[in-house]
Design a protein around this ligand. Structure first.
Ligand SMILES: NC(=O)c1ccc[n+]([C@@H]2O[C@H](COP(=O)([O-])OP(=O)(O)OC[C@H]3O[C@@H](n4cnc5c(N)ncnc54)[C@H](OP(=O)(O)O)[C@@H]3O)[C@@H](O)[C@H]2O)c1
Length: 227
């Protein structure tokens, strides 16, 4: 039985990923910030889920996760937790601190969490690290505004591309996924697809990811995304 660790599992895409992997009989370690949502808490009736608190920007919290994970094999890590950033992301309005916070969560934390679980992946047969990025971080798409969010996703794309190269020798596959424009608190109700649909696509990619596809950027349907 494979074990998947999902960050930001209280709501949105993270919650649906948790549901999907449980349906498929994976063991799921689902992380939440502060307090699990009622929906996540309800899933505790499933013996295959473990809930653990994780603030992805906090070193103490990451160390607690590391302690908890000692001796546990992790097959798949999904770096899902993320924020859209401050409301005003215009040239005039963006503040240094808000921008830095967005980077801390969206760009830096995924590497810190990946680093924290590397030892747990040593005994996995097909270890995989998946980071939920965004089409908004594609350099080749011409769109304006949203400086903090866009740049944080560009940055995480490069971070994971480098990690993919470095983890080749350990046979750990690393990829990025644009989850679609998804109806969540972040995506809003006018978005294109449900969180369930997005999560199904992400789970398919996670199940099929091998070293041959390491270092790639996919959309939720499994097609390669432009950088
Ligand atoms: N929705 C879209 O259309 C869309 C499009 C492209 C990419 N994405 C990406 O997909 C991922 C999930 O997005 P979503 O739409 O599901 O967003 P969401 O509904 O806003 O949920 C975000 C999740 O991330 C967690 N989180 C945020 N900051 C955290 C922190 N510092 N430490 C720990 N957990 C933290 C939240 O925890 P709390 O519940 O405690 O706040 C929540 O569980 C994100 O990386 C996002 O950038 C989403």
């Amino acid at each position: 039985m494979e074990t998947v660790l999902i960050t930001g599992a209280s709501r949105g895409i993270g919650l649906e990923l948790t549901n999907k992997f449980l349906e498929l009989n994976y063991k799921v370690i689902a992380t939440y910030r502060n307090k699990p949502s009622t929906e996540l808490e309800k899933l505790q009736s499933n013996e295959n889920i473990s809930l653990i608190e994780l603030e992805v920007t906090d070193e103490i919290s990451i160390n607690k996760l590391k302690d908890y994970l000692q001796g546990i094999k992790i097959d798949i890590l999904i770096n899902n937790a993320g924020i859209i950033g401050p409301e005003d992301q215009s040239v005039e309005g963006i503040t240094r601190q808000d921008w830095l916070t967005t980077f801390a969560i969206n760009s830096i934390a995924p590497l810190m969490i990946s680093r924290a679980v590397l030892n747990n992946m040593e005994s996995a047969i097909n270890p995989r690290i998946i980071t939920i990025s965004s089409q908004m971080g594609a350099i080749n798409r011409d769109n304006v505004g949203m400086y903090a969010y866009r740049s944080s996703k560009v940055a995480v794309n490069k971070v994971m591309k480098v990690l993919a190269l470095e983890l080749k020798e350990k046979s750990i596959a690393v990829c990025l996924i644009h989850p679609g424009w998804v109806k969540t608190d972040m995506g809003g109700e006018n978005a294109d697809i449900s969180a369930t649909k997005s999560a199904s696509g992400i789970v398919n990619i996670a199940q099929e990811l091998t070293m041959e596809s390491s270092g790639k950027f996919f959309n939720w349907e499994g097609n390669e995304h432009v950088w």
